[in-house]
Design a protein around this ligand. Structure first.
Ligand code: SF4
Length: 486
């Protein structure tokens, strides 16, 4: 269901004759035109047209998919769970080489579906579409794909779909980079009570293994007033928990007319009435400021979880990764955070098997895991991405060496994370009730530190904050019991 605000914006351009040049008016114009086309198709079909957006990859893509879904709902499509739909979008990821291979396989499958439903439209977008090689392959080998667009023009979906439905054979619209940020377009919410909010796009860090700066472009920050306005709007739709999203949130504010630090932004968002919890993802250890640590320490709405991507514990490898901190600096930062926020939980990302990584380097990483005492860690095996400096480095590790390092690391991560999780056993903590567990029928809630708790309760608790006794730690989750209603 599209909310009244966006409905009003679409109706406001119904009578407009000339295509507006400025955004987002231009997109609202195309949404209005699409509505007419789609309603004609509905008459032919004898029912609503359907859509399916499949997201590959990270939270940035998940957020973009909500925007795509918002536009499709606004023009009259109805969401379905599978690709047997009238409009299918794959929002692709290219962080790992095998992610691309997976997508090619799935596009082939879409081709067979289109044979059954020739009116189906297929669109591909996201990071993979920013790679020339991938786009060339799709143009040649998957001719049935109707629309191709990239990470910089997600907002143009209505315009591109209108062009395709209005007779263009295939619509390809790719931008290498952009400074433009288009605000105020409709967005669907995956959950009614929690939502991600982009605060910035792109990344300027150029870690040597990472493709993101090449496919998502240079850093650009949204204006704080636009972020706050979006948060207020989300609260009016029932959202209680906000996750502020950016590839490197610490450098938020660069390039804005009026410089605003990330800590200040966090404070501004926390003042929006109705928000109970705020998370953020991802800070870079090299520039996590004292001001930010202070804001987390004093602001009770900010979750006591800091996700601090380590990537590697060896200073030698960190330098080759261009991470711009050493093992010692990372551990000093951990000490500083823990000293100011004693109840903080730290989580991290770690990559093993970077070119040239030795057994000693791996031991250094494990040493940091034991000292920093992470409550959870996303662990990855390095994947060579063409186009990045690391892909050309000597001493690429064999799969066997990578797996050996990975296993040792995982054992250490699991041991430390379990010990950390066990420390909370017997405590009463607040959870946001997120879903009904399909396996055991219990409710699942998320703690401030990001871990899950399963407990008995009614579905009417979904979306609420509850105080729960953590009765038993099961490693990475707890079995709990509601102790009192909020
Ligand atoms: S900070 Fe490094 S790893 Fe993160 S997106 Fe930017 S380049 Fe990639």
């Amino acid at each position: 269901m599209i909310d009244d605000y966006y409905e009003h914006r679409i109706r406001a351009v119904d009578e407009v004759i000339l295509i507006p040049e400025t955004e987002p008016d231009r997109q609202y114009y195309f949404m209005s035109k699409l509505r007419e086309l789609i309603s004609e198709k509905e008459q032919e079909k004898g029912g609503k047209l359907t859509y399916h957006v499949e997201t590959f990859g990270c939270q940035m893509n998940a957020k973009d998919s909500e925007k795509l879904a918002g536009i499709l709902s606004a023009v009259g499509y109805e969401e379905v769970e599978t690709e047997e739909a009238d409009m299918v979008i794959y929002n692709t990821c290219t962080v790992r080489e095998n992610a691309n291979t997976r997508v090619y396989g799935r596009i082939g499958f879409l081709g067979t579906l289109k044979k059954k439903n020739p009116d189906m439209h297929i669109a591909l977008c996201g990071c993979m579409m920013q790679e020339e090689e991938a786009v060339e392959k799709i143009k040649k080998s998957y001719r049935f794909v109707d629309i191709i667009f990239g990470t910089h023009n997600i907002y143009q979906l209505a315009e591109l779909l209108y062009r395709r439905m209005n007779g263009e054979e295939r619509v390809i619209s790719l931008l290498k980079d952009t400074k433009l940020i288009v605000e105020d377009l409709p967005s669907e919410l995956k959950f009614s009570f929690k939502a991600g909010v982009n605060i910035m796009y792109g990344c300027d860090n150029f870690c040597t293994y990472c493709i993101v700066p090449y496919v998502r472009g240079r850093e650009r920050s949204r204006r704080p007033e636009d972020i706050v306005k979006e948060c207020e709007h989300l609260v009016s739709r029932g959202v209680r928990e906000i996750m502020l999203l950016g590839q490197n949130v610490n450098s938020y504010g660069k390039g804005l007319e009026e410089q605003v630090s990330f800590a200040k932004l966090l404070h501004m968002v926390s003042e929006v009435p109705g928000i109970s919890r705020i998370r953020f993802m991802t800070p870079h250890p090299k520039d996590l400021s004292d001001e930010l640590i202070e804001e987390i320490a004093v602001n009770k709405k900010v979750c006591r979880q800091v996700h601090l991507p380590l990537q590697c514990g060896s200073s030698r490898i960190l330098q080759k990764m261009n991470r711009r901190y050493t093992k010692e600096q990372y551990l000093e930062l951990v000490d500083k955070i823990r000293a100011r926020i004693p109840d903080v939980s730290l989580s991290t990302d770690i990559m093993v098997g970077f070119p040239g990584e030795t057994d000693e380097d791996n031991e250094e990483t494990i040493d940091v895991v034991r000292k920093a005492r992470f409550i959870s860690a996303f662990t990855f095996i390095y994947s060579k991405r063409n186009g990045t400096p690391a892909a050309k480095m000597d001493n690429q590790l064999s799969e066997e060496e990578q797996n050996r390092h990975f296993k040792k690391l995982l054992d250490a991560v699991n041991e430390v994370a379990t010990e950390e999780a066990q420390r909370a056993e017997g405590q009463i903590q607040e959870v946001l009730v997120e879903e009904i567990n399909q396996k055991n029928g219990m409710l699942t809630g998320r703690l401030d530190n990001g871990l899950l708790v399963h407990f008995d309760g009614n579905a009417d608790l979904l979306g609420s904050l509850q105080r729960v006794l953590l009765k038993e730690c099961k490693g990475f989750y707890y079995i709990g019991e509601v102790v009192e209603k909020n």
